[in-house]
Design a binder for this molecule. Sequence first.
Ligand code: KG4
Ligand code: ZN
Length: 351
Amino acid sequence: MLILGIESSCDETGVALVETGAGAVPRLLAHDLHSQIDMHRAYGGVVPELASRDHIRRVLPLTESVLWQAGRALADVDWIAYTRGPGLAGALLVGAGVACAMAAALDKPTLGIHHLEGHLLSPFLSSDPPEFPFVALLVSGGHTQLMRVDGVGRYELLGETIDDAAGEAFDKSAKLLGLGYPGGPALSRLAQQGDAGAFKLPRPLLHSGDLDFSFAGLKTAVLTQARKLGDALESRKADLAASTQAAIVEVLVRKSSMALKQTGLRRLVVAGGVGANALLRQELDAACTAGGVRVHYPELHLCTDNGAMIALAAGMRLQAGLASIGPSDDPSRNPYAFDVRPRWPLAELVS
Ligand code: KG4
Ligand code: ZN
């Protein structure tokens, strides 16, 4: 079965084709991506209206490119999957609208996919795919969650951030340091030249005993420190960046280790944009090796948003017999109706 996947929840338009085979993890045939980073950079962050308009411009050329790369025609596609949420409403509507219009024209079914489920399952496309069950650390620009994953659609939330996400902590701290957008990669690049022990920054909720996170206080601490430094900030920026990164990473690693201990599971999956962070990978590798735990990451280029994870999640859902997560799957409804879910807790997916 051939599945076309479309991702348009934020600032990346991603399209991919996967093929499912009996019993095997769906195979990625082709994927293509357009990142809007250059367009949003001038504004210091994502401008939702510009994002939507750019998705409109990119989605069909990307679809053509993916079909061409895979040597397939649109008529060969059996299912069309799209990101139904969470994300920016206007941006989501572009991918959903195009997917559902194509599906109506081709008389094919659609599947609305949860963006975080895409991230969560994305390591299955790596050369070292995980096996269920595992603990998942989901660290993106909008979410920080620890989940117990027993199978496709079998997710139990163990803990999450009570305020900012880890990616947001990277982005906001980077902005305070004048590093621009997107902040995560910029801050981690600068941190390589700094001393992580130079500044004492808070590790919120580190000893709370539960698996929740809080990162909002960190950016205030970074701001206070930057103000204190005044003119000296310029020469200490790399130290402050390194100290900030170390604080975020320490909390993520410690809470992941706690989640593994609490569940008794010996496998960790890391997903979402912050999963591309080199220090996080290094520290998680060290902690997991010490604890006898296997850790799995998505391929580096599939850590941030992409269409491959959406097509993959659709393929794995179909294989698991879990195809109905969108209104378009309900035959009693108008076949042309679709919706998006800008806010959509992953827990609602649980089968
Ligand atoms: O998963 P993602 O692409 O989009 C969302 O679904 O939110 O994650 C984007 C987030 C941003 O906050 C970005 O700054 C962060 O991932 N990020 C990083 C790195 N690469 C991306 N944070 C730290 N280090 C990185 N290398
Ligand atoms: Zn994402």
